[in-house]
Design a protein around this ligand. Structure first.
Ligand code: ADP
Ligand code: ADP
Length: 232
């Protein structure tokens, strides 16, 4: 089953002599129930690709399909609803609300939409992420790794079709990074989630089922279940 698809994506910024080709013909099928990493040097187009796949940005040409829907065909209101209901986001900065507890932060996307989590799902997510003893803590009372795990739980709480994580371990020490990566791995294996992560870190990529390498806006290589040695 294909969770998201990029079909011949091009994205250019600027015009004339200042034109930058951020994406130069990227086609990619992302399979449901997989943990995929997108790697590549700085400026290779990783963020642009992820933003196009996540309906945060529009390609100059080409098509993105998420959950069977062609994003280019959707009106802004439908895109907003798709982002809210079907897509989860994790960023390098945790972006938690400092005045809310961990539980309130996790439930915030649903509260804003006046919805409740699917029965049993909140507990499954909390137990997988190992945050039950921290639910009443404010972000300032949590370690960086715990804050990022709260952000990951928040991304999963609507049980999205696909979760995009942009350098989720970029601000973390290696121990905290391992906790976040373990949770993302378990959310795929035990909760059936689909995760796409942009990362520079070979250790992070070694948690993935599949690693896509970008250079100059093109896919230049791909590895399945790579060992750390293969990525380093
Ligand atoms: P990566 O995430 O791999 O570092 P990006 O997708 O951020 O790569 O950038 C790809 C290319 O597009 C780079 O040359 C970058 O400078 C350029 N770029 C990205 N965003 C913009 C923008 N908003 N305006 C102009 N150029 C941009
Ligand atoms: P866990 O093993 O539960 O994931 P950690 O190893 O991340 O927890 O942190 C251990 C304890 O130290 C926790 O109670 C956590 O709240 C606290 N802690 C760690 N870093 C910080 C920090 N920067 N600010 C406040 N508390 C912290």
């Amino acid at each position: 089953e294909i969770a998201a698809q990029a079909i011949d994506l091009h994205k250019t910024y600027g015009k004339g002599a200042a034109e930058v080709r951020a994406l130069d013909g990227v086609s990619l099928d992302l399979y449901a129930g997989q943990f995929t990493a997108i790697m590549g040097p700085s400026g290779s187009g990783k963020s642009t690709l992820m933003h196009c796949l996540a309906a945060l940005d529009k390609p100059t040409s080409g098509e993105v399909v998420v959950g069977g829907r062609k994003l280019g065909r959707l009106r802004d209101r439908r895109l907003t609803a798709l982002r809210r209901d079907k897509i989860g986001f994790v960023f390098q900065a945790f972006n938690l609300v400092p005045t809310l507890t961990a539980q309130e932060n996790i439930l915030l996307p649903l509260s804003l939409a006046r919805r409740k989590p699917e029965k049993g799902w909140f507990d499954q997510v909390i137990d997988t992420v190992g945050l039950r003893p921290r639910l009443d803590h404010k972000p300032s009372e949590l370690s960086g790794g715990q804050q990022q795990r709260v952000a990951c739980a928040r991304a999963l709480v609507s049980r999205p079709d696909i979760v995009f994580a942009d350098e989720p371990t970029g601000n973390l020490d290696s121990t905290s990074a391992a906790q976040v990566l373990d949770f993302l791995r378990h959310s795929v294996d035990d909760l059936g989630q689909t995760i796409v992560m942009v990362s520079h870190d070979p250790v992070a990529a070694s948690y993935c089922d599949r690693v896509i390498f970008l250079a100059d806006g093109r896919i230049v290589d791909e590895l399945a279940k790579p060992s750390r040695e293969q990525i380093l």
